[in-house]
Ligand binder design. Structure first.
Ligand code: APR
Ligand code: PHB
Length: 390
C-alpha cells in the first residue's frame, strides 16, 4: 500500500490529523493496534479549549460538539471551606467546552468512516523504518498477514507507550520526566453534577475535583497515595472521602450513585525533544504527558496536529519545508508552557507525602493571593482556556 502520510495511532491526535489532512486532499492511512471499541472505551478528560474546538470545526467534526457540548465560562477553586470563582471568560474573553473525549473520538471515527478513509484497526507488530531517509515505511500484521505501507511521512500519534518514539535512536532524543507521588481515583456516575462549573479542591486530606460529562453524567476524582488499588475503594468509601474534601455547601448538595467507571491513574509530566526525526513527527502523548490537573492532554494533542497539518499542507501545496522544519520548536514552546501550568496547578492543589507545614502554608498563601488578585486569576485563566496556537 502507498499513501502520503501514514499515521500510527487512532486516538484523538491520529484521528484529528487524519481528518485535517483529508480535508486538504492529503492522502493518509491510520494504523491502530487495538479495536475501535477498545479505543472508544478509554474514559478521559473532556475539557476542550477554544483552539481545539476550532480545529475540530476545521476538520468538519464539530456539529454534535456544538449541539451537545457545555460552554463553561468559569471554574471554582475551593480551599478552607470556601469556593472562589475564576471568571475565565470575563478575564480572557474565552471559554472552555465540556464534551467527553470519548465523544470527540467517536465523532472523528464516524467522520473518517463516512469519508471512506483507510483505518486499519487491530494491527499487530507495528514497526516504522526508513524515516531517517526519504523512504519511510510502516509494517504491521493483520489477520495473520504481513503488510507494508510506503509513505512520504509518518505521524507518530501512538501515545506514551507507542512504537514510534521507541523507534528513535536513543542518541537522537532527550526526555524530561517528573513522576508525582500520588494518583487520581476517578469515578463516573449517572448523577447530576454537584455544581454547574468544575470545582478544584485543595484540602489537607488531599486534592479533589468535581467535573462532568453531561447534565446527567458526573465525573469526580480524589487524590490517593501511590500504590492504592481501586479494589480497595468501595463506592461508599469514595463518596465519603469526596464529601470530606468538599466545602459544606457542595458536600450537602452532592448526589451520589453507583460508579459506572472507577479507576486510578498515575500522574506524570513527560516531554520528548525534539518532536521530529527526518520524516517522522511525534504528536500528542507520543511526545508529552501532563498531569490531568490542567486538563491539557487532549488539547496539547490537538494543537500539535493542528501545527503538523498546516506544515504538511504547506509542503504538498507550496513545496515548502519551512513548516515541517519548524514543527518541533513551534510545538515545544507551547508544550512546555502547558507542562509548566499543569505542574503549577498540581503543586498548588495536591498534598505531597513529604510536604511540611511550611509547604502547606505556602499553598494557602498562594490560594489566598489568587482569591484576591485579578492579575493572578488572569494568569491562571489565560493558561486554563489555552494559549494561542501560534
Ligand atoms: N501501533 C499502533 N497503534 C498504537 C501503538 C502501536 N505500537 N501503540 C499505541 N497505539 C495506539 C493506542 O492504542 C491509542 O489508540 O495509539 C493511540 C494513542 O492514543 P492516545 O493514547 O489517546 O494519545 P493521543 O491521541 O496523543 O491523545 C492524547 O487524549 O487520550 C487522551 O487525554 C488523553 O493526553 C491524552 C490525549
Ligand atoms: C474530567 O472531566 O475528567 C477532568 C476535568 C478537568 C480536569 C481533569 C479531568 O482538570
Amino acid at each position: 500500500m502507498r499513501t502520503q502520510v501514514a499515521i500510527v495511532g487512532a486516538g484523538p491526535a491520529g484521528l484529528l490529523l487524519g481528518a485535517l489532512l483529508a480535508r486538504a486532499g492529503i492522502d493518509n492511512v491510520i494504523v491502530e493496534r487495538h479495536s475501535a471499541e477498545h479505543v472508544l472505551g478509554r474514559i478521559r478528560a473532556g475539557v476542550l479549549e477554544q483552539v481545539t474546538v476550532e480545529l475540530l470545526a476545521e476538520a468538519g467534526v464539530a456539529a454534535r460538539l456544538q449541539r451537545e457540548g457545555l460552554r463553561h465560562d468559569g471554574i471554582e477553586l475551593a480551599y478552607g471551606g470556601v469556593r472562589h470563582r475564576i471568571d475565565l471568560h470575563g478575564l480572557t474573553g474565552k471559554h472552555v467546552t465540556i464534551y467527553g473525549q470519548t465523544e470527540v473520538t467517536r465523532d472523528l471515527m464516524d467522520a473518517r468512516a463516512a469519508a471512506g478513509l483507510a483505518s486499519l484497526y487491530e494491527a499487530a507488530g507495528v514497526a516504522i523504518t526508513g524515516f531517517d531517509r526519504a523512504a519511510p515505511r510502516v509494517t504491521y500484521v493483520h489477520d495473520g498477514r504481513a503488510h507494508e505501507i510506503e509513505c512520504d511521512f509518518i505521524a507518530g500519534c501512538d501515545g506514551y507507550h507507542g512504537a514510534c518514539r521507541a523507534s528513535v535512536p536513543a542518541a537522537a532524543i532527550r526526555t524530561h520526566e517528573k513522576v508525582y507521588p500520588f494518583g487520581w481515583l476517578g469515578v463516573l456516575s449517572r448523577t447530576p453534577p454537584v455544581s454547574p462549573e468544575l470545582i478544584y479542591c485543595s484540602h489537607a486530606r488531599g486534592f479533589a475535583l468535581c467535573s462532568m460529562r453531561t447534565p446527567m453524567l458526573s465525573r469526580y476524582y480524589v487524590q490517593v497515595p501511590i500504590g492504592d488499588r481501586v479494589e480497595a475503594w468501595s463506592d461508599e468509601a469514595f463518596w465519603n472521602e469526596l464529601k470530606r474534601r468538599l466545602d459544606a455547601d457542595a458536600a450537602a448538595r452532592l448526589i451520589t450513585g453507583p460508579s459506572i467507571e472507577k479507576g486510578i491513574a498515575p500522574l506524570r509530566s513527560f516531554v520528548a525533544e525534539p518532536m521530529r526525526f527526518g520524516r517522522l513527527f511525534l504528536a500528542g502523548d507520543a511526545a508529552h504527558i501532563v498531569p490531568p490537573t490542567g486538563a491539557k492532554g487532549l488539547n496539547l494533542a490537538a494543537a500539535d496536529v493542528g501545527v503538523l497539518a498546516r506544515a504538511l499542507v504547506e509542503y504538498y501545496r507550496d513545496g515548502s519545508s519551512a513548516g515541517i522544519d519548524a514543527y518541533s520548536d513551534r510545538c515545544l514552546k507551547r508544550v512546555w508552557k502547558a507542562v509548566r501550568f499543569s505542574w503549577w496547578m498540581t503543586s498548588l492543589l495536591h498534598q505531597f507525602p513529604d510536604g511540611s507545614d511550611f509547604d502547606r502554608k505556602l499553598q494557602l498563601a498562594e490560594l489566598d493571593y489568587l482569591a484576591g488578585s485579578t492579575a493572578a486569576q488572569t494568569a491562571l485563566a489565560e493558561n486554563y482556556v489555552g494559549l494561542p496556537l501560534t
